[in-house]
Design a protein around this ligand. Structure first.
Ligand code: 26Q
Length: 797
């Protein structure tokens, strides 16, 4: 397909398009247009340019009867889209010129767009990177999810403590979507199942409408565009006129309110809190709508239902859409009169399941009585799937056990492929959570190491480094990231090193300027920017980082005239609203910042910064400016990590454990360019068997003892001795995540980092070697892996 629609676009044409939209779509005179009006007009003018490649892609898929991939995910953590689209269409300069001709500043308009924050963290952002790569590779695909009215909450700090407020991206019009009122499905809940002549019939008690909203997702150079279809819940009956006529005004609105609740808000937990009825309804709501939609499309092409697996590949992003298995089986047997065995086999051939966690508390389970009440027909079908599994294999692993429906076991048994998201994680999936099922179904578990889209996470967010790379090795790396390897021969050139440093400094100045204007903090850009950005979790060990910060502060105060390496420790991340210990960690970081940043002895050498409300857009500012990437999870607990990849790709070496994809990052960038410390996954597991390990580790570390003593003594809490007793108690008494055991080695490794950083050339070489070595971590590589090993899907151009 040609990309003539892009090559013919000039700044003048785009300017006219924007003016037209301002007038005809927004209804504003340029004289009275606000920033919002200009942003909408620019977005609509850009969206126009995506429509042709989008139609052409759809047409080509129909004509070639190509297999389609359906990526089912509760979360799509997209971020802003203006830059995403201008960059993929290669019209960034044109857009800039067009806006400037209209007297508007392009960059101001770009940052006015709210983030589409329809996800919690890694899993949701992975889905967004996958959409980008599926389009870049021209693999026919649909992303299916929920059009939440409220995305992830906004985080504020009040006296250092996290406060949450509702996010409201849809309070404004979302310029990128097309409403599809004609694409809607009835989704049923509750009721009972009757049996007549051996045929089961579901009589639901409640029905809501799933209504489609489509956003085109365009790939690199506008060659292909797929669809992200998000479902909004609406009432089947708009308004209860009878109640209204009776004078019951509240009652008249009830159906509306009840239905819309389902797509009202994203659950802000990135581990299951379990047993929430609304969450189960959300999961079934979007999964059922998606299955019905893909079946309608499949049947409209005139295929036989038995051939479904030849045209459809469904990927489950964790167990959240695992009800897809029973739903597909239900439709095949209840609506298409297929036999149970055939239906299960056919469904399995279509389904793949990606596991993202080993944490026991994060494995989804539903109380059986709740499940049977909301989805009575599916409950029965799951029992039949289980019976068939038990009989056919002789396994004793059940889906329903101790009054719980276990979604991991359901997804595993109903999928032809189960994959982990890094080499280490996939091995642990085989050895731990699914050890028995792995024996029953050998070779079902695969690995697909995560990746990130280089278009957003290098090309777009880091123009300084992008330009240097272009000048050094030319273009082409944007769609073939392994080309970054060509930088290797330049690593020792002093001109290259100088240019690399200059790019990093530019990015650090940009961050400093942003922090100054947004949070009124002043940064020394010659200091090392040491960054830990991710959800707050005990296993990610932000508390180990802040404890190390205190220890360093102590050492500097003890010896202020030694040759210290100035550092700025930057944190970013949200805690789940119900996760008390994570919230304590946030408060501790903020309290420590308040104390340390005001110490005249250390102020020039050590600073702690924690900007509130970390999100995709903040990541795009922080990542290019990072000198050091903190990836310090307890080995065996981080399935993969993807922030680790973004930071390393942007020239920020890692200090980290052998966990998740860190292992593979270290292999690719070279052990000499990675600061490794800590117990291995196997050693960590061993350690947990040693009775009283944490107290012993603390007592044998004078540094750590002193730090914990200061916290207990109220040094960071205005003399309040109890503010952090939860953290302290946890470290002394359990310390499941082994902070105490890894602390000293972490501290020592940080001092090694200090020394290397002072050797400017050595550091620059190391940072650039990270960029050069990270090509393999493009999500294009990941998607090729899924397409070849799991989906049997092909690139169409
Ligand atoms: C489930 C049920 C009820 C409420 C919430 C949830 C829920 C929501 C989100 C459970 C888990 C999540 C998100 C998990 C997640 O982001 N996992 C991360 O996935 C990344 C992509 O594979 C990995 O890189 C990270 O290692 C992993 O932690």
């Amino acid at each position: 397909m040609s990309n003539q629609h892009q090559t013919t676009l000039t700044a003048e044409t785009l300017r006219k398009d924007i003016t037209q939209h301002l007038k005809l779509s927004i209804g504003k005179d340029p004289e009275h247009a606000s920033l919002y009006d200009w942003r909408m007009s620019l977005s609509l003018a850009l969206r126009d340019r995506v429509v042709e490649p989008w139609f052409a892609s759809t047409r080509k898929t129909y004509e070639g009867k190509h297999k389609r991939v359906y990526y089912l995910s509760m979360e799509f953590l997209i971020g802003r889209l203006i830059e995403d689209v201008t960059i993929n269409l290669d019209v960034e300069d044109i857009a800039r010129q067009a806006m400037s001709a209209l007297g508007q500043d392009y960059d101001t308009v770009v940052v006015d767009e709210p983030d589409a924050a329809l996800g919690n963290g890694g899993l949701g952002r992975l889905a967004a990177c996958f959409m980008d790569s599926l389009s870049t590779l021209a693999i026919p695909a649909y992303g299916y999810g929920i059009r939440y009215e409220h995305g992830l909450f906004e985080q504020h700090f009040q006296d250092g403590q996290q406060i949450e407020t509702a996010e409201g991206w849809l309070a404004q019009r979302h310029a990128w979507e097309f409403e599809r009122p004609e694409v809607a499905y009835n989704i049923h809940f509750g009721g009972y199942v009757s049996d007549t002549d051996g045929k089961a019939t579901w009589h639901p008690s409640e029905t809501v409408l799933a209504s489609a909203y489509d956003t085109p997702t365009v790939g690199w150079k506008g060659q292909w565009a797929n669809t992200l279809r998000l479902w909004a819940a609406k009432p089947i009956k708009l308004f209860d006129l009878e109640s209204f006529n009776r004078g019951d005004y509240v009652g008249a609105n009830a159906p509306e309110r009840l239905a819309r609740t389902i797509s009202r808000v994203l659950y802000p937990d990135d581990t299951t809190e379990g047993g929430k009825e609304l969450r189960l309804k959300q999961e079934y709501f979007f999964t059922s709508a998606s299955i019905k939609d893909l079946l309608r499309r499949f049947l409209s092409e005139g295929h036989k239902i038995e051939d479904l697996d030849q045209h459809v590949a469904i990927q489950l992003n964790d167990t959240h859409p695992a009800i897809a298995g029973p739903e597909l089986v239900r439709i095949l047997i209840d609506k298409h009169d297929m036999g149970l065995d055939q239906a299960i086999d056919l469904a399995r051939k279509c389904l793949g399941y990606t596991n993202h966690t080993l944490l026991p508390e994060a494995l989804e389970r539903w109380p059986e009585d709740l499940f049977a009440r909301i989805l009575p027909r599916h409950h029965r079908i799951i029992e039949m799937i289980q019976d068939r599994h038990l009989q056919a294999t002789g396994s004793d692993i059940r889906i329903i056990e101790h009054g719980n429906v276990k979604m991991g076991e359901l997804a595993f048994i109903m999928a032809h492929s189960v994959n982990g998201v890094s080499a280490l994680h996939s091995e642990l999936v085989k050895e731990t959570v699914f050890a028995d099922l792995n024996t029953t179904y050998p070779n079902r578990i695969l690995n697909q190491t995560n990746g990130i889209t280089p278009r957003r996470w290098l090309y777009s967010c880091n123009p300084a480094l992008r330009n240097l790379i272009n000048d050094t090795i030319g273009t082409g790396w944007q769609q073939d990231l392994e080309k970054l390897q060509d930088l290797t021969v330049h690593l020792d050139e002093s001109s290259f090193q100088e240019a690399f440093r200059k790019a990093k400094t530019t990015n650090k100045e940009h961050l400093a300027k942003w922090l100054k204007s947004r949070h009124d903090v002043t940064l020394d850009t010659s200091a090392m920017f040491d960054i830990q950005i991710k959800r707050i979790h005990e296993y990610k060990r932000q508390h180990m980082n802040i404890l190390e910060t205190i220890a360093l502060w102590n050492d500097i105060r003890d010896n202020p005239n030694a040759d210290w390496t100035p550092r700025v420790k930057i944190f970013g991340g949200k805690a789940a609203p119900g996760y008390a210990l994570a919230k304590s960690i946030i408060r501790l970081i903020n309290d420590v910042a308040a104390t340390i940043n005001n110490d005249p002895v250390t102020r020039e050498l050590l600073q702690v910064v924690y900007p509130e409300n970390y999100n995709v857009s903040m990541a795009e500012i922080l990542i290019p400016a990072s000198d050091l990437s903190e990836q310090i999870s307890t080995a065996g607990k981080e399935a993969s990590g993807t922030g680790n990849m973004k930071l390393s790709l942007n020239g920020s070496p890692t200090i980290g454990t052998l966990d998740g994809a860190n292992v593979e990052i270290r292999d690719h960038v070279g052990a000499e360019n990675f600061f490794l410390f800590g117990l291995t996954a196997a050693q960590a597991q061993e350690k947990r068997h040693e009775h009283g390990y944490s107290r012993r580790a603390i007592e044998s570390s004078p540094r750590l003892s002193r730090v914990l003593g200061q916290i207990a003594g109220g040094v960071f809490s205005n003399g309040d001795h109890h503010r952090y007793s939860d953290i302290l108690h946890n470290l002394y008494e359990h310390d499941y995540f082994l902070v105490s055991c890894d602390f000293d080695e972490y501290f020592d490794k940080q001092r090694e980092v200090d020394a290397v950083y002072r050797d400017v050339n050595r550091w620059t070489r190391m940072a650039a070697a990270n960029t050069a070595g990270m090509g393999w971590f493009s999500s294009d590589r990941t998607i090729r892996g899924y397409a070849d090993d799991i989906w049997g899907a092909k690139s169409v151009i």
